[in-house]
Ligand binder design. Structure first.
Ligand SMILES: [Zn+2]
Length: 273
């Protein structure tokens, strides 16, 4: 394995305050220049608002900046802790708090509430009916791990969900005349996606090259490779789920329509009731 030690830059570019709060995993490190005055001024004195899911409201809300707390030795940024404290605009007792630590020229987010998973999971909750409880748990666990920067673990969960969805498409495709099970079984993931093209979203089939990584053994993949493949796999899963959800909702509507038609027929058959 190559040892990547080619003289790293002295400082890292800091993400925007919003990204730092809402996308950057905890403990990701950013080097800053101690000598420079106020190296993370724009984060510490952020004055904007956050539009996030409020777990207490149960829906999205705008959070505006409230009181802030600061501790420790500001002069040398040694164990210097500061926080951004937001309040839900719908109910001021709902808080969103982000805690940062600057120490030895490294800035990190060391805590937050609501967690990154609490913020991002509600957006995928709509898929629960098509995934079922067990797959839904795996899917959200994968997202939760990825938000904490755990690449391989997150990837394993997402891969399981993806393979389950592919297996569903396989079950539908194998009923078609001329289907060769032998060819399918001996194919790699990219080829399998192509064989199942009539049962999968077009985007996924077109970009099937992205999914070659799903044929690689987990032990052969690094944390970074898993984390970088994660968004493509998540996107594919959500595209398949969007299709399934559409079918699911159509079925529910057809069922409801049939039921009200039945009720109508009954009431017509028995006039006066
Ligand atoms: Zn709220």
């Amino acid at each position: 394995m190559a040892n990547r030690k080619e003289s790293p830059p002295e400082v890292d570019e800091l993400p925007s305050a919003q990204d730092f709060c809402l996308s950057v995993p905890l403990y990701k490190t950013f080097r800053f220049q101690n000598e420079k005055s106020n190296p993370f001024f724009s984060l510490e004195h952020f004055k904007g608002s956050l539009d996030i899911y409020c777990p207490e409201c149960g829906r999205h809300s705008v959070f505006t900046l409230g009181q802030e707390a600061k501790y420790s030795d500001r002069s040398h940024y040694s164990n210097y802790v500061f926080s951004l404290w937001f309040r839900c605009s719908r109910d001021a007792s709902h808080h969103a708090i982000f805690i940062f630590l600057a120490h030895k020229r490294v800035l990190q987010k060391i805590g937050q509430t609501p967690s990154l998973a609490d913020i991002s999971v509600p957006d995928v909750r709509k898929y629960r009916p098509v995934l079922g409880d067990e797959r839904f748990r795996e899917f959200t666990r994968g997202i939760g791990l990825a938000t904490h920067g755990v690449g391989v673990g997150a990837f394993v969960y997402l891969r399981r969900v993806f393979e389950w969805l592919i297996e569903n498409a396989h079950a539908a495709a194998s009923a078609a005349p001329g289907w060769s099970e032998e060819t399918y079984v001996s194919s790699r993931m990219e080829e399998k996606i192509n064989l199942l093209k009539d049962h999968l979203p077009e985007f996924l089939v077109k970009n099937r090259g992205l999914y070659g990584i799903l044929s690689v053994g987990i032990h052969a993949l690094t944390e970074a490779e898993c984390l970088s493949a994660f968004p493509a796999v998540r996107l594919a899963i959500e595209l398949i789920l969007d299709d399934l959800l559409e079918g699911h909702e159509r079925q529910a509507k057809v069922k409801a329509a049939a039921k009200s038609l039945d009720a109508l027929k009954t009431s017509i058959a028995k006039p006066g009731t």
